[in-house]
Design a protein around this ligand. Structure first.
Ligand code: ASP
Ligand code: MG
Length: 409
């Protein structure tokens, strides 16, 4: 007998029929004698609908009230799933985040989980019940409802698995695992049987939408055995296991996956004085405005001047330019230039630690296709390039081929 946490995403609970299917799968595990905790998202599209309602009433809604509204989507699905389970004879009980007492900080719309009270859940589990918990939500020390950021139900699932010392956390979604890259771009993309936490974290941060980044961080920190599976296949197979251990028994592939992100905008501060403190003078105010900066390049100076470029999410571009207009006057720069036609493509793999020449191979492949690289950034296990968005598909396809990702490793 095992304790399993299963998380079902919005498409998996998108209609009454789909909820019945989820109930059937949960019932199967329950009948095998396992203790099952189920975390659900809102029905697909529901969170967006609720956000739009709020935006209709207020251009920037009060975050506390916004969380009050958007957390309701999950309250619907937990109740419906409990009914669906009861209808097929499985004892089930639903809980909101506040009822469990998933304690978070008070950062509305992006709260962090601080503690989970598992007493009620354990009691129900030992009584033989299936426990259903609303994803994406918690409660702060003063009893206010909070939410964990978009995609936050993944984090609820992993956090519950950690708190309950579950044997496995299964994330059921509309794909049957984690792929080498998006199959809509490369039809030869292959499902990975295993991927390391580090790689998954890079994949999630660099644009793969399979798991919320925070859930992967959580799973790594608390060593939760995490698996991504399809909720649509009868025989869902093994999905993709996200492991702490590197795969030592087999030859480790150099590259495990390719991630991409269309959401890049580049800003260049031209002709800034090339002097100590200039990076801070430019990026300090940007950070104060709560804008996330991704890649940064400072070109070598000429005539005492330098060009300083960095990227931000496209949605933050106008705000960033607003900040920089003020900075420009202070540091006496010549001009601010922006470019929205860019994207980022990244290759990821723990295998690159022990293989030299990976970057050269990537750059060569891109140059042979005539793709110009605007910016480069690297870590121990990833190389990212910023290129023109019109070359995104081509770049991903070529890299997938060059690093032989379509052949089984
Ligand atoms: N319903 C929330 C969202 O759409 C949380 C989740 O689905 O994970 O972002
Ligand atoms: Mg999701």
């Amino acid at each position: 007998m095992a304790l399993i946490v299963q998380k079902y995403g919005g498409t998996s609970v998108g209609s009454p029929d789909r909820i019945k299917n989820v109930a059937k799968r949960v019932a199967k595990f329950h009948a095998q004698g396992h203790q099952v905790v189920v975390v659900v998202s809102a029905m697909s599209g529901e969170t967006n609908r609720l956000l739009a309602l709020a935006k209709d009433l207020a251009s920037s809604p009060d975050p506390r009230e916004l969380d009050m509204v958007v957390s309701t989507g999950e309250q619907v699905t937990i109740g419906l799933l409990a009914m669906a389970l009861q209808a097929i004879g499985v004892p089930a009980k639903s809980y909101t985040g506040g009822q469990v007492k998933i304690l978070t900080d008070d950062a509305y719309t992006k709260a962090r989980i601080l503690n989970i009270d598992d007493a009620a859940l354990r009691r129900d589990l030992s009584d033989g019940k299936v426990v259903i918990v609303a994803g994406f939500q918690g409660v702060d020390a003063d009893g206010n409802i909070t939410t964990l950021g978009r995609g936050g139900s993944d984090t609820t699932g992993v956090a519950l698995a950690a708190a309950l010392c579950a044997d496995e956390c299964q994330i059921y979604t509309d794909v049957d695992g984690v792929y080498t890259t998006d199959p809509r771009i490369v039809p030869e993309a292959r499902k990975l049987d295993v991927i390391t936490f580090e790689e998954m974290l890079e994949m999630a941060s660099l644009g793969s939408k399979v798991l919320q980044i925070r859930s992967v961080e959580f799973a790594g920190k608390y060593k939760v055995k995490l698996r991504v599976l399809s909720s649509f296949e009868e025989n869902q197979g093994e999905g993709t296991l996200i492991t702490v251990e590197e795969n030592k028994s087999m030859e480790q592939p150099i590259i495990s996956g390719i991630a991409f992100n269309r959401d890049e905008a580049k800003i260049t501060v031209q002709g800034a004085p090339d002097q100590p403190g200039i990076a801070y003078q430019i990026l300090g105010p940007v950070a104060e405005a709560n804008i996330d900066v991704d890649m940064i390049i400072q070109n070598s100076g000429h005539d005492g001047l330098t060009d300083f470029s960095f990227t931000v999410a496209r949605a933050d571009l106008d705000k960033t330019v607003g900040v920089l207009d003020r900075v420009k006057a202070v540091v006496n720069a010549q001009a601010i230039e922006t470019d929205k036609s860019l994207c980022k493509v990244s290759i990821i793999g723990v295998g690159m630690r022990s293989h030299p020449g990976v970057a050269a191979k990537m750059f060569r492949a891109l140059s042979e296709e005539g793709i110009n690289i605007n910016m480069i950034s690297t870590s121990e296990i990833k190389i990212s390039v910023v290129i023109e968005e019109k070359y995104l598909e081509l770049a991903v396809r070529v890299l997938h081929e060059v690093f032989e990702l379509d052949s089984a490793n």
